[in-house]
Ligand binder design. Structure first.
Ligand code: HPA
Length: 275
């Protein structure tokens, strides 16, 4: 029998973390693949290993650290996940609601999600940034399938403005001011772990995708369900399959993420300061 997730199941994780941090964060942050370097900017950090948090998940991807870090950035209280969870690691979609529900229960006022993504829009270049305006998810179940937890939100919920317009506007300006080339566009979710086929990428482009990746959307849907304001930012680390003759590798993703990590960190810091 499949596990049934209840409000108390998620509350147990939050109670544990709240006891350690003792106050409500202003912002919550999820750092994507190879973008964990930002956590070094967190002042007076308190670190909590995912494995010590009751009913939480543990990260299995090597380029993800696997800890929750609480501290300040630009004078604001920030709770940060260094290392995130993906469907391809073997979790079920419902389990992937845990991080955002933790943030919600801790009282975070908004969440910033970052990721590494493949560029589908041919005007994009590796190293560019894309502020997510909307997404496409045509594969896999919703993380909100299963018994609805009314304390978080209603059974049927609207996702028209799930990527909060006011946060997008702030983020766009901060990215420009940090010397990044920035776009706004549509992120398309694929479960992975394989990178997409060239045919899938051609289809994605026809459907309106500007970038593709294997994360973010599960968290974004959970945020929409519990009315958490949300900002999603992709670092374009490579052109998606078939756009160039290059093959895609996780190593390449890491190399490009590293080249923008300084400016990207500046950008995130400016956003946290400005919100
Ligand atoms: N596809 C899916 N996920 C990714 C990619 C990609 O091309 N690059 C970085 N993450």
């Amino acid at each position: 029998m499949k596990h049934e997730y209840t409000f108390d199941y998620f509350k147990k994780s939050a109670d544990y973390v709240r006891n350690i941090i003792g106050e409500e964060p202003d912002a919550a942050l999820i750092l994507g693949s190879c973008l964990g370097g930002f956590s070094e900017r967190i002042q007076s950090p308190v670190e909590i290993d995912y494995k010590d948090i009751p009913n939480f998940l543990t990260s299995t991807v090597q380029s993800h650290a696997g800890k929750l870090i609480y501290g300040t950035v630009a004078g604001k209280k920030v709770i940060c996940m260094s290392g995130r969870f993906h469907y391809y690691e073997g979790y079920d979609f419902e389990q992937l609601t845990a991080p955002i529900r933790l943030f919600k229960l801790l009282g975070a006022k908004y969440t910033i999600i970052t990721n590494a993504a493949g560029g589908v829009n041919t005007s994009y270049k590796p190293g560019d940034i894309m502020i997510i305006s909307d997404h496409l998810k045509l594969t896999g179940a919703s993380p909100l399938c299963g018994k609805n937890i009314e304390e978080f939100g209603p059974r049927f919920f609207d996702v028209t403005d799930m990527y909060t317009a006011s946060l997008r506007k702030i983020a766009f300006g901060c990215a420009e001011n940090s010397g990044l080339t920035v776009h706004e566009g549509v992120y398309m979710y694929f479960t992975g772990p394989q990178f997409e086929t060239p045919a899938e990428i051609r289809a994605a482009r026809i459907l309106g995708a500007d970038a593709v990746g294997m994360s973010t959307v599960t968290e974004a849907l959970t945020a929409a369900h519990c009315s958490m304001p949300l900002l999603g930012i992709s670092v374009i680390t490579n052109m998606a399959a078939g756009v160039t003759s290059e093959k895609i590798s996780h190593d390449e993703v890491g190399v490009v993420a590293e080249t923008v990590s300084g400016r990207f960190g500046d950008c995130i810091e400016k956003i946290i300061s400005a919100v």
